[in-house]
Design a protein around this ligand. Structure first.
Ligand code: HEM
Length: 207
């Protein structure tokens, strides 16, 4: 058992096998209904990706950054050279996958346009559908956060940590400035993640 769990790939496959068993349970007990299953499936992928993304965002903000000053100088490079670049891989692709499945979900639900325009063109009266306004705000917050990840945090972290040796000759002052920018936008995303999640969950359960 310990040897099995020591291998992450096996562990993840086992998790998916258990989820497949739940699918069989649903199928046998309830019957397969395309119209409800596929939106559910996309929602599951969306939330799974979101957990990967926001989990790492919160790890950076709640664990990694506040612990940094306590780490002895000789151990600090391990974080910048090995742990943070690996975390950033799952972080940015988690963000991409969350957006991808979120957009499909909005499209499946038939409100991708109305949501992004905050229900500006509702035939029943502009800005009158509270659920669409709510999910629209959540989608804008999530999309802004995705933009921050791909176009601010990631490029600045590449500079700050010289990831993949992309900026070998960068001056220390430029590295520090890039690290500060990445850190500030990571904080902004932590701030936005709280109302974003409220809006996401409220759309399905409060309206
Ligand atoms: C990046 C842009 C995002 C878009 C375009 C988006 C889109 C959506 C849509 C359309 C829904 C369906 C709401 C409904 O049932 O009417 C939803 C639900 C949800 N989203 Fe997002 N989302 C995004 C980011 C995120 C992030 C970062 C998370 C973090 C975990 C997240 C977590 C959730 C959750 C938990 C639900 C509720 C599912 C439920 O209770 O049924 N979303 N999202």
């Amino acid at each position: 058992m310990a040897a099995f769990l020591a291998n992450l790939r096996n562990t993840v496959i086992a998790g998916f096998v258990l989820a497949a068993l739940l699918f069989v349970l649903y199928w046998k007990m309830q019957g397969f209904d395309q119209a409800t299953f596929w939106p559910f499936f996309v929602r599951w992928c969306h939330i799974g990706s979101g957990v990967m993304w926001i989990g790492l965002l919160w790890y950076f903000n709640f664990v990694s950054t506040p612990t940094m000053p306590k780490i002895p100088a000789e151990l600090k490079p391990a974080l910048g050279r090995y742990i943070t670049p690996a975390a950033l891989f799952w972080f940015r692709w988690g963000a991409m996958s969350t957006l991808f499945f979120g957009l499909i979900l909005a499209w499946q639900n038939g409100y991708i346009g109305p949501a992004y325009t905050l229900d500006a063109s509702d035939p029943g009266g502009s800005f009158s559908n509270p659920k669409v306004i709510d999910i629209g705000i959540g989608m804008w917050l999530g999309t802004i956060m995705w933009f921050n990840v791909w176009f601010v945090i990631w490029p600045n972290q590449q500079k700050a940590l010289n990831i993949a040796d992309k900026y070998p000759g960068l001056a220390q002052a430029d590295k520090d400035s890039a690290a500060r920018t990445a850190g500030m936008f990571s904080r902004i995303n932590t701030l936005l993640s709280i109302p974003m999640l409220f809006a996401m969950v409220a759309a399905a359960h409060l309206y």
